[in-house]
Design a binder for this molecule. Structure first.
Ligand code: PEP
Length: 252
């Protein structure tokens, strides 16, 4: 049976004092969870604080992005090796805000995925369609293309060591959650598409849902067979909400 994962994406939020309060609650909750891994993906400057507060606990952490390059003349870029040095297990790659605000192409996302894997991080690969793409009926083409870009670069076996997050762009930060049925349909599509190349990889892959997940809707989403947890933005900043979402991911 696939393990569950709930990962918080703090985006560009937090400060040392509020992080301390949040991380104290997260590490307490993580130790009580059964069958659910609890992760926080924090802004780079807070990796040190996060490492200090979560080392030796059941909670794990990661970066929200990673450079596609190694060390060198790449001003502003943070390498996968640096994330490893700060104890990260995960790195989000291809978040829709990186794709749409920072203009990252499928090729750049694939290179970031490969850089993370090579360094020993577990990439959380985000895929998802815009509202216009959903309304014009091309959700599966878009998600398939985003997946294929990574698979053709890194290979299907690499995907077996990663996590995929289905995050419909229209649901991120909008308060408009995909229905459990809408989410399950795309999760099933993702798993089936991967199964065409490798049945074992598809069966073992953790596929998270992201997009306005809250304590109030988490259990219904996590009740669907191909939804293995969540990537949580806004609600991951509120300790009571985030910990309740983690608990909702426990199998009943
Ligand atoms: C995200 O940033 O990945 C996300 C899902 O955000 P939110 O939960 O706020 O929609």
């Amino acid at each position: 049976m696939r393990g569950r994962l709930v990962a918080g994406n703090w985006k560009s939020n937090g400060n040392l004092a509020s992080n301390q309060r949040l991380l104290e609650q997260v590490r307490g909750e993580a130790s009580r969870l059964r069958g659910v891994e609890c992760a926080v993906c924090v802004p780079y400057p807070y990796l040190s604080q996060t490492q200090q507060m979560l080392t030796g606990t059941a909670a794990v952490w990661g970066g929200q992005d990673v450079s596609q390059f190694g060390a060198g003349a790449f001003t502003g870029a943070v390498t996968a090796a640096m994330l490893v040095e700060f104890g990260c297990r995960y790195a989000i790659v291809g978040h829709s805000e990186r794709r749409n605000v920072f203009g990252e192409s499928d090729a750049v996302v694939a290179a970031k995925f490969a850089a993370a894997m090579t360094a020993g991080l577990t990439p959380i690969l985000c895929v998802g369609e815009t509202l216009q793409e959903r309304e014009t009926g091309v959700t599966e083409q878009v998600v398939g293309r985003q997946l294929d870009a990574v698979i053709s670069g890194a290979g299907i076996a690499a995907l077996g060591k990663a996590v995929v997050a289905y995050e419909p762009v229209w649901a991120i930060g909008t308060g408009k959650t995909a229905t459990p049925e809408q989410a399950q349909a795309v999760h099933g599509f993702i798993r089936n598409r991967i199964a065409v190349s490798d049945v074992a990889v598809a069966a073992a892959l953790r596929i998270l849902y992201g997009g306005s997940v809250k304590a109030a809707n988490a259990a219904q989403l996590f009740g669907k067979p191909d939804i293995d947890g969540g990537l949580i933005g806004g609600a991951s900043l509120v300790a009571e909400e985030f910990t309740a979402i983690c608990r909702a991911a426990e199998r009943r």
